[in-house]
Design a protein around this ligand. Structure first.
Ligand code: F6P
Length: 347
């Protein structure tokens, strides 16, 4: 048997742990030939693959990034690319593909399976934790740890200077990183796409704290939050108007606008910290290494059993499999109950 795996979309701590697990279980235990596809779907469009043996995956468990590269290539965007993918798969004699990615990469996997009969299994990856069908994606725990450490560190400087510190975290469509790091770090206000506070609500919270003698505040905002005002005005802040191959805008900058507004409306000194790519770079937490390893081993088992069109998923404590088509129906958003827990500590 010959299999190939790819990592697509934004990189994410734990990708190398999945690559290692698939290679070890598939190669060393099942005796398969295991290939790494370079740079996501682009590697299949361009027939760019490399053989992965035990030595290629040795010493990578703790490493961030992905040893096979990634890209946001969408083979359904350019006429003929999906056929090129299938030609590479056939030409190389690949029996199965393991696609490790988020909604976009797995969406392509699902279409190639449904429309071209690609024998594929999926592994859910994103620091944003917004893939349906699974309780958690790997990489999320690391991002939350990085963001929590930042919130912790910002407390002392905020207090020393009597400032409002706005922390902008990642989360394109959902506020998972913001709400979890906000709860863990004791944020005084959290703005997420699912339940955005108005700018005036945030200012009220800051002022309530000042009235109680707390002349500093920590506000966590998810990059995808549309700022709203009580007048009904609203604004999504972009860092560029260029779209990627999946039609996504580039977010970034909401924290700076919010900090300026807080300063203007309350008179408090406000500053912004954008955590950006620090949240997904570098070494994964122990939790993510273990979760990614379990996903990788499961993916190899799913290939062995021919579970095409399925995705490895975490449900409670168990790694199970769910149809890709089902997992991709809708994004997993932050539930109100969790946001309400965070809200208990606002102001
Ligand atoms: O992986 C998801 C994510 O981290 C989003 O939160 C963010 O908007 C996006 O990736 C940015 O990634 P890039 O700039 O690499 O496209």
């Amino acid at each position: 048997m010959r299999i190939a795996m790819l990592t697509g979309g934004g990189d994410c701590p734990g990708l190398n742990a999945v690559i290692r697990a698939v290679t070890r279980r598939g190669g060393a235990e099942y005796g398969w030939e295991v290939y790494g596809i370079r740079n996501g779907w682009r590697g299949l469009v361009e027939d760019d693959l490399k053989l992965l043996g035990p030595s290629a995956v040795s010493g990578i468990l703790h490493q961030g990034g992905t040893i096979i590269g990634t890209s946001r290539t969408n083979p359904f965007k350019i006429e003929g690319d999906a056929d090129r993918v299938m030609a590479t798969v056939r030409g190389r004699g690949i029996d199965a593909v393991v696609a490790i990615g988020g909604e976009d990469t797995l969406g392509v996997a699902n279409r190639l399976h449904a429309e071209f009969g690609l024998q594929v299994v999926g592994v859910p990856k994103t620091i944003d934790n917004d893939i349906g069908g699974t309780d958690y994606t790997f990489g999320f725990d690391t991002a939350v740890s990085v963001a929590t450490e930042a919130v912790d560190r910002l407390h002392s400087t905020a207090e020393s200077h009597n400032r409002v510190m706005v922390v902008e975290v990642m989360g394109r469509h959902t506020g998972w990183i913001a709400v979890m790091s906000g709860i863990a770090g004791g944020a005084d206000a959290i703005l997420i796409p699912e339940f955005p506070l108005t700018v005036e609500d945030v200012c009220d919270l800051v002022e309530q704290r000042a009235a109680r003698g707390k002349h500093f505040s920590i506000v966590v905002v998810s990059e995808g939050t549309a700022l709203t005002w009580r007048s009904g005005e609203g604004q999504t802040i972009l860092s560029s108007d260029q779209l990627d191959a999946f039609g996504h805008v580039r977010l970034g900058g909401v924290g700076a606008v919010l900090a300026k507004e807080i300063e203007r409306m309350t008179g408090f000194d406000a500053r912004v910290t954008i955590l950006g790519y620090t949240q997904r770079g570098g070494t994964p937490t122990a939790h993510d290494r273990v979760l990614a390893t379990r996903y990788g081993v499961k993916a190899a088992e799913m290939v062995k059993e021919g579970r095409w069109g399925m995705m490895a998923a975490l449900r409670g404590d168990a790694i199970v499999e769910v149809p890709l088509a089902e997992a991709l129906v809708e994004l997993k958003t932050v539930p109100l109950e969790l946001y309400e827990i965070a809200q208990t500590f606002f102001g």
